[in-house]
Design a protein around this ligand. Sequence first.
Ligand code: FPP
Length: 261
Amino acid sequence: MSLLAKVFSHKKKHLVGHHLVLNELKIPKHLAIIMDGNGRWAKQRHMPRVAGHKQGMETVKTVTKLASSAGVSVLTLYAFSTENWSRPKDEVSFLMKLPVTFFDTFVPELIEQNVRVETIGAIDALPEATKQAVYDAKEKTSQNTGMVLNFALNYGGQKEIVDAAAILAQKVQGGDMAVEDINPATFAAALTTGFLGDLADPDLIIRTSGEERLSNFLPYQAAYSEFYFTPVLWPDFDQEQFELALESFTKRDRRFGKVNS
Ligand code: FPP
């Protein structure tokens, strides 16, 4: 029996509040993923880069279902960074169409799974059709109470931090806030992940394709995140790979700067 199957059967029996240690696997409350390696996956197959992104979108569907069934509360996926605009025009245009295709075909399943779509990043600066697809998906899933599927779209972490500083500065300047009230809690609330409350910080960040860096993804929120790097390319990231990542997370000793008794 696979590890996740064990988790699922255990959950059925006990209906334990999710994201606790369920026998074999510890489930991260907030799982964040840097989905890397689509281009290389396509190249290996002598296909155009966009074929890798298309297959990567299928992996998004698979991983969304796996994470939701496993009891993950927030799944944040790095779909498009503010730096990705400098890719070839055709690739950018394909990447902008992906959310449209994705939501067109997948929203009914998301509703069935009780998943709520959210985003972080500058959505308003996206092409009209992309923006509309995102807004529609958010609207149609807004009543869902299960996992939050949070897409980082046109997202850049340093800009997010700078923007939060400006929001707080403006409040101080307007007399709505005292300088002494700027602290980690008020700062976190001013970030784009503020709506996630105490789930804003990822417990586990996965990056596929062998690269081992953050690439401007949630730099503030990642202060105490565990990292899992795998050489597997994103389109090849399947249930087995997902389980391996959770298995690795299960073994981590998270101390948050303290000493374990
Ligand atoms: C990185 O691979 C991937 C991206 C920049 C895009 C990620 C997008 C998806 C996986 C599909 C998103 C789906 C939805 C629903 C929005 P890369 O192109 O950098 O790969 P490479 O490093 O091998 O070139």
